[in-house]
Ligand binder design. Structure first.
Ligand code: NAP
Ligand code: GDD
Length: 354
């Protein structure tokens, strides 16, 4: 019988962060339980490498069907698993899509958190709870850089739902003396990032163009700026937050900001292109200076009804209190994602680019 040091329950284990957090906790000696949604196609691709046959005894990874929109499933799972730590990473996490499905987004990203908090509270267990808050809550920013004391000014149904979750977590922490930590995480990316988020879309798209698998890459707003970090670094911060004596809220960021335009230019440069821009607004195109080939065009469907123009985080508190700081800066992150694009296609980046 394996002796696990603790039991953790991850909601959103099939997502980018959930999969890295599961790797990290298993490595630490935890037994990891994860909630997965019923889906007509497999949604466990990101955890395939740690997946175990359900018939095996005493597994390090145990999956349960459940959903943040179904409070009874959450109650049952918490009761049956009795976890030491709960990480709420489950969400409809796409900001643009939250404008298309606002009610669903709020149900899952706001009420879902409340359902989960109630399940934890009603269990009576001394569970430590992590809530995946977002820099999107700062929205149209009222201060730069953004830190824990910067007021929220959300600009999307997604961000409004996350603000609710942030405050209901604080309220349950104060009212019921529960151990609840709110992470306020700035954008974090990786080769496991969903394909419709901009870093993955740009790295995958430009590599595909280079390999002749795609003609052109359509994007939206090129001038918004984000503080992009590496998801693998960021899940460690989540764990640190739950190991403190007292629960608190923390900004997690790199302290660097770059525009989508810079992201495109840097990714292209790694592939031997030199991007130049021509035109304005919807007519703007990005082309390779050497060959004249058009690589980037604009499609208005990727614009948002309200945009967050600039995010830049100050993670001083996390450094001082948690001893956490980012290990991977923008250029290393993009290089890592480009290299992985080649690897996934059975190619070696260094060989190919020579
Ligand atoms: P992600 O890749 O989109 O993963 C989201 C996870 O939530 C998936 O496992 C998804 O399941 C699950 N989920 C969706 N709806 C659910 C529901 N109704 N019930 C239960 N689970 C549900 O997101 P991520 O990038 O890993 O982000 C993790 C969390 O951090 C999210 O809450 C996100 O909003 C937040 N966050 C992310 C960032 C970032 O830059 N990545 C920054 C700040 C905060 P399926 O696989 O079945 O879809
Ligand atoms: N997705 C996408 N697709 N974004 C584009 C595109 C495009 O074709 N073109 C330009 N952008 C711009 C968006 O308008 C936005 O300003 C920026 O690129 C980043 O978009 P995303 O990668 O979709 O991320 P996000 O910042 O909206 O949201 C992510 O980070 C948040 C933390 O700040 C998500 O992971 C959220 O769940 C997370 O909370």
């Amino acid at each position: 019988m394996t002796r696990y040091i603790k039991k953790a329950l991850i909601i959103g284990i099939t997502g980018q962060d959930g999969s890295y957090l599961a790797d990290f906790l298993i490595e630490k000696g935890y037994q990891v339980h994860g909630i997965i949604r019923r889906s007509s196609s497999f949604n466990t691709g990101r955890i395939e490498h740690i997946y175990q046959d359900p018939h095996e005894e005493d597994k390090k990874l145990v999956l349960h069907y459940g959903d943040l929109s179904d409070g009874s499933s959450l109650h049952n799972i918490i009761k049956n698993v009795s976890p030491d730590e709960v990480y709420n990473l489950g969400a409809q996490s796409h900001v643009r899509v939250s404008f298309d499905i606002p009610e669903y987004t709020v149900d899952v990203d706001a009420l879902g958190t409340l359902r989960l908090l109630n399940a934890v509270k009603d269990s009576g267990l001394p569970i430590r709870f992590y809530q995946a808050g977002s820099s999107e809550m700062f929205g149209k920013v009222l201060e730069t850089p953004q830190k824990e004391t910067t007021p929220f000014n959300p600009q999307s149904p997604y961000a409004c739902a996350k603000v609710f979750s942030h405050f209901i977590c604080k309220n349950y922490r104060d009212s019921y003396k529960m151990f609840i930590a709110n992470g306020i995480l700035f954008n974090h990316e990786s080769p496991r990032r969903g394909k419709t988020f901009v870093t993955k879309k740009v790295t995958e798209g430009l590599v595909n163009i280079l390999l002749g698998k795609q003609e052109i890459l359509y994007l939206g707003n090129l001038d918004s700026k984000r503080d992009w970090g590496y998801a693998k670094d960021y899940v460690e911060a989540m764990w640190f937050m739950l190991q403190q004596d007292m629960p608190d809220d923390y900004v997690i960021a790199t302290g660097e900001t770059h525009s989508v335009r810079e992201l495109v230019e840097y990714t292209a440069s790694l592939l031997g292109y030199e991007i130049e821009w021509k035109g304005n607004g919807l007519e703007e195109i990005g082309f390779d200076k050497k060959s004249g080939r058009e690589l980037i065009a604009i499609d208005s469907k990727y614009y948002r009804p309200a945009e967050v123009d600039l995010l830049l985080g100050d993670a001083t508190k996390a450094k001082e209190k948690l001893g956490w700081e980012t290990k991977t800066k923008f250029k290393d992150l993009i290089l890592l994602m480009v290299q992985e694009e080649f690897k996934e296609k059975g190619l070696d980046f260094n060989e190919y680019i020579k």
